[in-house]
Design a protein around this ligand. Structure first.
Ligand code: UFG
Length: 330
C-alpha cells in the first residue's frame, strides 16, 4: 500500500514526502522535473532513511500513469504536479490549461479506472480571487483572476462534479496560502528552475546580492503601512497539513484553508527577515503589480476542527529557515 505523490520533488511536494515518510507512510513519487531537480530524490532518501520509489513521468501521460498504478498498490494520491507562475499563465494560457487540466483529468480517469478514489488536491488561496472580506473562510466566494487561478478552480469543479456523480470518491481540496521557509535539515528548500517571482525567493536573491534589490510592489494599498498583506505559512506546517488530511479522509469533497490565520505586510516581512538574519536587504518601492489583492489571509479554523491541524511556526522561524537553507546564515 502506498500513496502516490505527483510533483513530489517540488517545493511543497518534497516537504510533504519527508513528513509522510516520517509517519511511516510508503510513498511513490511521479515527477517530470519541470520545476524541480533530480538531486531532491537523493536528499529525500537521505533525510528519511527510506527507499522512495520514483517514476519520471508527466502526469498528463495516461500510459505512464497506468504503468505506475499497475506496478504499485496505490491507495491514495496527493496531486501537486502543475504549473504555478501567475504572470507566465497570463502570457501562456493554453500551456497552463493544457498542462494543469490535462494532468488532473488523466489522473482522475486513471484513479477511477483503477478503483483508487482517494485524492488530496493542491489547491490555492488563489481560488478566492480578490477577497471581499478577510479572513477568508472556505465559504467565501470563489473566483479566478488569471489563467493559473482558473486552472485551480476548474480542477476543484471537476472534483466536485465527480463526487456528485459517484459517492465512492473521497476528495480533499487543500487551499494553500503563502508557503515560505524550508526543512530544518537545510537540504530541502524552494529551488525553482528559472527566475523566481514570489516574495521570499526574490528576497533571498536580493540578500545574497544576486539581484540589486527587492522591488516592493506598491505602498499605496488600503493597509496600515500601504503594502499588501498575506498569510505566510511555513512549508513544514503545510506539509504536516497533508499528513493530517490523509488521516482524516472522508467520503465526498471537502475544502480546507491551510494558513496561519495571521496576515503580515510586505514591509513587516522585510523587517523580520532583516532582524533574524542580520542580512542587508536592499529594497525599493516600485509600482503595483497587476492583480495583487490588498489583503488575503485565512480563517484556518475548519482545518483545526476537522483535520486536527494547525500551523505552529512563527514568521521569525519561516525567515530564518529560508535564509539558512539558502546559505545566508553562518
Ligand atoms: N511582492 C513584492 N515584490 C516581489 C514579489 C512579491 O513586493 O518581488 C509582494 C506581492 O506584491 C504580494 C506579496 O509580496 O503583496 C506576496 O507575493 P507572492 O508573489 O509571493 O505571492 P502571492 O500572494 O501573489 O501569490 C501566492 C502564490 C500563488 C497563489 C497565491 C494565493 O504565488 O500561487 O499566493 O493567495 F495563488
Amino acid at each position: 500500500m502506498a500513496v502516490l505523490i505527483t510533483g513530489g520533488t517540488g517545493y511543497i511536494g518534497s516537504h510533504t514526502v519527508a513528513e509522510l515518510s516520517a509517519e511511516g507512510v510508503d510513498v511513490v513519487i511521479a515527477d517530470n522535473f519541470f520545476n524541480s531537480k533530480p538531486k531532491t530524490l537523493d536528499i529525500l532518501r537521505e533525510i528519511t532513511g527510506r527507499e522512495i520509489k520514483f517514476h519520471e513521468a508527466d502526469v498528463g501521460d495516461k500510459a505512464a500513469l497506468e504503468k505506475i498504478f499497475s506496478e504499485n498498490d496505490i491507495t491514495a494520491v496527493v496531486h501537486f504536479a502543475g504549473y504555478k507562475a501567475v504572470a507566465e499563465s497570463v502570457s501562456k494560457p493554453l500551456g497552463y490549461y493544457g498542462n494543469n487540466i490535462r494532468g488532473a483529468l488523466a489522473l482522475l480517469e486513471t484513479m477511477g479506472e483503477r478503483g483508487c478514489k482517494s485524492l488530496i488536491f493542491s489547491s490555492s488561496a488563489t481560488v478566492y480571487g480578490i477577497p471581499e472580506n478577510v479572513p477568508v473562510t472556505e465559504e467565501s466566494p470563489l473566483s479566478a483572476i488569471n489563467p493559473y487561478g482558473r486552472t485551480k478552480l476548474i480542477i476543484e469543479d471537476m472534483c466536485r462534479d465527480l463526487c456528485n456523480s459517484d459517492d465512492g470518491w473521497s476528495i480533499t481540496l487543500l487551499r494553500y496560502f503563502n508557503p515560505v521557509g524550508a526543512h530544518k535539515s537545510g537540504k530541502l528548500r524552494e529551488d525553482p528552475n528559472g527566475a523566481p517571482n514570489n516574495l521570499m525567493p526574490v528576497m533571498l536573491k536580493a540578500a545574497a546580492g544576486e539581484i540589486p534589490e527587492l522591488g516592493v510592489f506598491g505602498n499605496d494599498y488600503p493597509t496600515p503601512d500601504g503594502t499588501c498583506i498575506r498569510d505566510y505559512i511555513h512549508v513544514v506546517d503545510l506539509a504536516k497539513g497533508h499528513v493530517a488530511a490523509l488521516k482524516a479522509m472522508k467520503k465526498g469533497v471537502h475544502a480546507y484553508n491551510l494558513g496561519t490565520g495571521k496576515g503580515y505586510s510586505v514591509l513587516e516581512i522585510i523587517e523580520t527577515f532583516k532582524r533574524v538574519t542580520g542580512a542587508d536587504l536592499p529594497c525599493k518601492i516600485v509600482p503595483r503589480r497587476a492583480g495583487d489583492a490588498a489583503e488575503c489571509w485565512s480563517d484556518p479554523s475548519k482545518a483545526k476542527r476537522e483535520l486536527n491541524w494547525e500551523a505552529g511556526f512563527s514568521l521569525e522561524e519561516m525567515c530564518k529557515d529560508a535564509a539558512a537553507a539558502a546559505g545566508l546564515l553562518l
